[in-house]
Design a protein around this ligand. Structure first.
Ligand SMILES: C[S@@+](CC[C@H](N)C(=O)[O-])C[C@H]1O[C@@H](n2cnc3c(N)ncnc32)[C@H](O)[C@@H]1O
Length: 254
């Protein structure tokens, strides 16, 4: 799928909040080798560089569009175009950080232990993933996809979220870690603009479906989704829209 960095950054303040919360829960003094997996446009990579300016920070992503933008947002980092599913670092890492990216990969059963295995002793895996697939913003994608002339085309593209419950990650990681914290936070994002949840999902979960439709069907599908979303997320009296958003966090020390 082709990412649009400008569209993604349109909501950079609420999207950065969980990245900062995750960063604040990492207790490392002087990591030397840091990877930012699914670094996107580099805004979070910059926070890693600012916190540990002596470290060698590498931002890794499989989107050329995102990687084209990243050096402007974060000078001084190293950029690596690769698929996280098959990536292996050139040596043990002190910190593997990933904000809002690993939900795009399936098979967490294999992925998470493999990432722990890429850490140096005392190294940290720090991950944040949306776990909001029971919210209307997500369920209405599937509902709209199945209700229209696009159904046959879109049905195979409707994803089940691979993100498990907190206990799933405990069972997967506890035996391989010396310290493990897992928690969830439901953010209440307060968004400006007309029907803004559509613009939010257009740059993420909606994108692969829009990309799969031809010129005429894509706007019709988005309009049908937008109508449902407007009813599910009506504007408040002040014109803003509340968007509750649950996210799962993990910090694992090996
Ligand atoms: C929602 S963005 C998050 C970007 C950044 N971490 C942030 O918090 O601003 C998800 C990023 O993960 C990347 N991504 C998704 N699947 C990937 C994969 N299999 N390998 C590498 N990058 C991937 C996308 O290209 C995108 O840039």
């Amino acid at each position: 799928m082709a990412w649009d960095p400008a569209q993604y950054l349109a909501f950079d303040a609420p999207r950065l909040e969980p990245a900062i919360d995750l960063l604040n829960r990492i207790h490392l003094d002087a990591p030397e080798i840091i990877y930012d997996l699914g670094c996107g446009p580099g805004t979070v990579t910059r926070m890693l560089r600012e916190r540990w300016p002596e470290a060698r920070v590498t931002g890794l992503d499989n989107s050329p569009e995102m990687l084209a933008q990243a050096p402007r947002n974060c000078p001084g980092a190293i950029w690596w175009e690769a698929d996280i599913a098959t990536w292996e670092p050139s040596g043990p890492a002190d910190l593997i950080y990933s904000n809002a990216a690993l939900q795009w990969l399936s098979d967490h059963e294999t992925l998470f232990p493999r990432l722990l295995g890429a850490l140096a002793p005392g190294g940290v895996l720090a991950v944040q993933m949306p776990r909001n697939h029971q919210s209307p913003s997500w369920t209405l994608i599937a509902e709209t996809a199945q209700d229209g002339p696009w159904a046959e085309r879109l049905r195979p593209l409707v994803r089940r979220s691979p993100v498990g419950v907190t206990a799933y990650y405990y069972d997967l990681l506890a035996a391989h870690t010396s310290a493990l914290s897992i928690w969830e936070t439901e953010y209440l994002h307060v968004l400006e603009g007309d029907n803004p949840v559509v613009a939010w999902t257009r740059s993420t979960a909606l994108r692969p479906l829009l990309d799969a439709l031809d010129g005429e069907q894509a706007p019709a599908f988005e309009a049908a989704y937008a109508e449902r979303i407007r009813a599910a997320y009506p504007p408040r009296a002040d014109g803003r829209t509340l968007f509750p958003f649950r996210r799962l966090f993990i910090t694992a020390v090996v």
